[in-house]
Design a protein around this ligand. Structure first.
Ligand SMILES: Cc1cn([C@H]2C[C@H](O)[C@@H](COP(=O)(O)OP(=O)(O)OP(=O)(O)O)O2)c(=O)[nH]c1=O
Length: 195
């Protein structure tokens, strides 16, 4: 059987999937990540994962097994993607300061033309951040390729006072749900079948 294709350029996703011991290759998908007018956060994140999987499926036959994911930060119903520039990132951190937000990762697994979806939500609470703290954080360059402009696995972890739900979900690939999804499609991991 040919290896699973991970449709992702994210080094975090590569590292997390590798932990499961799955044989995979990487093929990034370039899609338009714009939010449609009136589109809610959950359908948006699910659509992004689906479009990434389909973009890669397009280059292969129907038999290829493809895993794609999308992670977004959601606050007050608004989707925060990756910051475009310094002021955008500053605005995101100011919104997250002293409050609780959601991190949603959607997974899409395609195999033999069949698609399986799953969306996972983690609630993350931030301590209050001063403007100076945000500026110092932005100077580290950590926020740029991260949804919401922070990395829980890096220095941004210092902003997190509590977390409810899957930690790996915040980093970009929920390990438990990924394992279940792979098993459902008969894709072997180091752990074998769940349950
Ligand atoms: C909130 C948060 C996000 N992230 C990352 C996970 C994702 O890589 C990124 C969200 O952007 P995504 O568009 O989900 O992923 P990506 O562009 O990095 O990779 P690809 O589309 O090719 O799969 O933010 C962290 O690494 N740490 C965090 O704490």
């Amino acid at each position: 059987m040919s290896p699973l294709i991970l449709a992702s350029a994210s080094p975090r996703r590569h590292e997390l999937l590798a932990r499961l011991g799955v044989r995979f290759v990487v093929e990034a998908a370039a899609i338009d990540e714009g939010v449609h007018a009136g589109e809610k956060s959950l359908p948006y994140v699910a659509r992004m994962a689906r479009e990434k999987a389909r973009a890669v499926a397009h280059r292969h036959g129907d038999h290829a097994a493809i895993l794609a994911a999308d992670t977004s930060v959601v606050i007050d119903g608004d989707v925060l993607g990756k910051p475009a520039d310094h002021f955008h990132a500053l605005g995101m951190l100011a919104r997250l300061s002293g409050r609780t937000h959601s991190v949603i990762t959607a997974l899409c697994l395609r195999r033999d033309g069949r698609e399986t979806h799953c969306e996972v939500e983690t609630r993350v609470s931030f301590v209050t951040l001063s403007r100076e703290v945000c500026e110092r954080y932005l100077a580290t360059d950590e926020p740029w390729d991260k949804a919401g402009g922070y990395a829980v696995q890096g220095l941004g972890g210092a902003f997190v006072s509590s977390i409810e739900g899957s930690y790996s979900n915040v980093v970009g690939l929920p390990l438990a749900e990924t394992w279940l999804l792979l098993a459902e499609h008969g894709i072997d991991t180091l752990l074998g079948a769940p349950g």
